[in-house]
Design a binder for this molecule. Structure first.
Ligand code: ADA
Length: 572
C-alpha cells in the first residue's frame, strides 16, 4: 500500500452563529452588480443562526429581500476544498474572500461549491434572497400553497480533500439472501486507484482496483449474515471505501440498509413482501423555525405520526432535509421524496430554463439521497397540469431523469387531474390527490361526507376503464381543515368535529378496501401559506388541514385516527 502523505478528508461543520446584515428588498442581484453586491463589513451588525431563517425573526417576519450571511473557515494544506450546503431558499450567491464562486437557483436542493485551496482563514459570505423572481429562481412562486421562507435552512460543511478522492459512494442491494450489495464509487482524477472496503469498520475484502479514468467503478460485495432494513427492524450499517492512489489517501463512509423495493402488479413489495402505506404529507414548517426545523422537532414529528399508526411520510413538495431522512432511516419511516413542484402549467412546460432546473434538481436530489433505505419512491411536479398534452414530454423527461439516476425505486407523481390525466401510464404507481367532502361537489351541502366513498369508487372504476387498474394506487392527498380549538355543535367545515368525522371516514374506507395500497392524509401539521388576498380561503393565512396545529398540538382528529390506524398496518 502506498505511503500516506496526504491527509485523509476532513469535514468541518460551519453551523452555528454567523454575522448577518439585512439589506432590504431592493438589492440589484443581476450580473455584473452581483459581483460586488456584498455589503460593507460594518453592515454586518446582526447575528443569525445557521441552520435558520431570517424571515422568522420578529422584526423581519414576512419580509422579502436579501440577507447577507458571513462566517469564516480555515484551509490547510489540502489539495481540494468544497463547501457543501444541504439546502436553502429561495436563491443565493456564494462568495469566498469577496470573490463570487457560485449562484444557487434551486430552493431546497443540496449543492457543493469548490473553493480554491489556499492555507489560511477564509471569509465566506452568502447572499440569500427570498423574493419571488421568475428569472432568478423560477422553481418557487408565490401562488404555491406553502410559505416560501428565506434562509440557510440546513447544515453547511467545509470538506478538505486529498488530490485524488472519492466524489460519491452508492450502495445498492443486489440480493437479500445471500446478502449482496453493489458498491459504486465515483473517483476524482484519472489515476489508477486501490480500493478497500470496511463494513461497520471491519475490512471485508482484499485490494480491488478501479482502473482510473475518473469514472465510477462498481464492485459487488457479499455481506454474509447482514440483517435486513425494514420499518419493523430498521437495521443500518456503514460502508467505508478506502482509496489509495500515489500520495492520496481518502476514506468515504455512507450509511445504508439491506432492503429491496419493487412494484408487482398492483402491490408494492418491500423485501419481497406486500406492504401498505399509511401516513401523512409533511411540510418542513414551523412558525419560529420555518423549514429549518431542529432535529428534535423532526423526531417529534415522526413520533407523533408513528404513534397514530403511520409507517409512511410524503415529503411534500420539495427535496427533504437529509437529517430528516437520517431519522426516517433510523426509525423505520418509509418516505416518498419529490423535487419542488406545485401545479405547474403551460407557462412552465414552455420554459426551457425551468425545465432544465427542475431536471437538475430531480437528479441532484436522487444522487444526494440515494443511500437512504427509508426512501421507497421518487416523485416530482405535484399536481402539474397533466391533463394537457404539453405535459406529457415534461413527465416523460422527469421519469427518464429519475430512472437514470436510480433504476431501483418506483416512480410516481401526485395528480389532481384524474380522470383527465394523460400521463399516468408513464409512472409505476398511480397517486391521486382528492378532496371529496371538503372541496365539495355541492357547496350548499352541509357535511358532504358521503362524497368520499363515492369518489374512491369513481377513481377505481376510472382507472379500470383506462387500463390502469393493474398499477398500485396511493391516495396521496386527502383531508379536511380544522381550526385548532374550534369545536362547534354544528360540526361543519373548519370544526375539529368535521375533520374528525372526515378522517374517520377515509381511514375506515382505507381499512375496508383492498384496492388502495397507500394513504397519505393531507396534512401532518398546519403550515403558513399566503399573506395576500389568496388567504381568504386559508383562515389565518395557514393551511389548516393538519392533524396537529403548527405548534404540533394534536387536534381532536388525532386520537380518532390513532384509534383507527394504530393497529392497521400490523394487522395481517
Ligand atoms: C393540493 C396541494 C397541497 C395543498 C392541498 C390543499 O392537493 O397538493 O399542497 O395545497 O391541495 O390543502 O388544498
Amino acid at each position: 500500500m502506498s505511503i500516506r502523505t496526504s491527509r485523509p478528508r476532513t469535514s468541518t461543520s460551519l453551523d452555528g452563529i454567523w454575522s448577518f446584515a439585512w439589506m432590504g428588498g431592493s438589492v440589484d442581484l443581476s450580473p455584473p452588480a452581483l459581483e460586488a453586491a456584498i455589503p460593507a463589513e460594518g453592515r454586518f451588525d446582526r447575528r443569525i443562526t445557521v441552520p435558520g431563517c431570517f424571515d422568522t425573526m420578529p422584526d423581519l417576519a414576512g419580509a422579502r429581500g436579501t440577507g447577507a450571511y458571513r462566517t469564516w473557515f480555515e484551509q490547510g494544506d489540502e489539495a481540494v476544498g468544497f463547501l457543501h450546503f444541504d439546502g436553502l431558499g429561495i436563491w443565493a450567491a456564494i462568495y469566498v474572500d469577496g470573490t463570487l464562486l457560485h449562484v444557487h437557483r434551486k430552493p431546497y436542493s443540496p449543492f457543493t461549491v469548490e473553493v480554491p485551496a489556499t492555507p489560511g482563514r477564509r471569509e465566506l459570505t452568502v447572499l440569500v434572497d427570498n423574493r419571488f423572481d421568475a428569472g432568478r429562481s423560477p422553481l418557487q412562486e408565490n401562488y404555491f400553497d406553502f410559505y416560501a421562507y428565506g434562509g440557510i435552512f440546513r447544515p453547511v460543511t467545509y470538506l478538505a480533500l486529498p488530490p485524488v478522492h472519492l466524489n460519491a459512494v452508492r450502495v445498492t442491494t443486489v440480493s437479500l439472501d445471500p446478502p449482496t450489495v453493489d458498491v459504486d464509487v465515483d473517483v476524482s482524477g484519472d489515476v489508477n486507484v486501490e480500493l478497500r472496503y470496511l463494513l461497520d469498520g471491519r475490512e471485508i475484502s482484499s485490494t480491488d482496483s478501479v482502473d482510473g479514468t475518473g469514472t465510477s467503478g462498481s464492485h459487488q460485495l457479499a455481506l454474509p449474515g447482514l440483517g435486513l432494513w425494514s420499518p419493523e427492524n430498521p437495521e443500518l450499517h456503514e460502508m467505508t471505501v478506502v482509496l489509495d492512489a500515489g500520495t492520496s489517501h481518502d476514506e468515504y463512509t455512507v450509511s445504508f440498509g439491506l432492503r429491496t423495493v419493487a412494484v408487482e402488479g398492483n402491490r408494492l413489495l418491500l423485501n419481497g413482501n406486500p406492504v401498505n402505506l399509511f401516513g401523512w404529507n409533511r411540510h418542513e414548517s414551523h412558525p419560529q423555525f420555518g423549514p429549518a426545523l431542529p432535529e428534535q422537532q423532526m423526531l417529534h414529528d415522526i413520533a407523533l405520526m408513528k404513534q397514530a399508526g403511520a409507517n409512511f411520510v410524503r415529503g411534500s413538495h420539495y427535496p427533504q432535509d437529509e437529517r430528516f431522512l437520517d431519522l426516517c432511516d433510523r426509525t423505520g419511516m418509509l418516505v416518498w421524496e419529490e423535487s419542488l413542484g406545485w401545479q405547474q402549467d403551460l407557462r412552465h412546460f414552455a420554459n426551457d430554463d425551468y425545465q432544465s432546473l427542475i431536471g437538475e434538481q430531480q437528479a441532484e436530489m436522487i444522487a444526494a439521497h440515494y443511500n437512504h433505505p427509508s426512501i421507497i419512491v421518487w416523485g416530482f411536479q405535484n399536481e402539474l397540469h397533466s391533463e394537457l398534452a404539453e405535459a406529457r414530454p415534461v413527465v416523460e423527461n422527469l421519469v427518464a431523469v429519475t430512472r437514470k439516476a436510480d433504476p431501483t425505486r418506483p416512480v410516481t407523481f401526485a395528480t389532481c387531474r384524474f380522470p383527465d390525466d394523460r400521463c399516468l401510464d408513464l409512472v409505476d404507481i398511480v397517486s391521486v390527490n382528492v378532496y371529496p367532502g371538503w372541496y365539495a361537489a355541492d357547496d350548499d351541502e352541509y357535511r358532504p361526507l358521503d362524497e368520499i366513498g363515492a369518489r374512491l369508487d369513481a377513481i377505481r372504476s376510472g382507472l379500470a376503464r383506462q387500463g390502469l387498474a393493474g398499477k398500485p394506487l396511493i391516495v396521496s392527498e386527502i383531508g379536511a381543515g380544522a381550526i385548532y380549538g374550534w369545536r362547534d355543535p354544528h360540526a361543519g367545515h373548519w370544526s375539529e368535529q368535521y375533520q374528525s368525522d372526515y378522517l374517520a371516514e377515509i381511514c375506515s374506507q382505507f381499512r375496508t378496501r383492498d384496492d388502495i395500497m397507500g394513504l397519505a392524509l393531507w396534512q401532518y401539521c398546519d403550515c403558513r401559506v399566503y399573506g395576500s388576498g389568496r388567504a381568504l380561503r386559508r383562515p389565518r393565512g395557514f393551511n389548516n388541514k393538519g392533524i396537529v396545529d403548527e405548534y404540533r398540538r394534536p387536534k381532536q382528529a388525532y386520537e380518532i385516527v390513532r384509534a383507527l390506524m394504530s393497529d392497521e398496518l400490523t394487522a395481517d
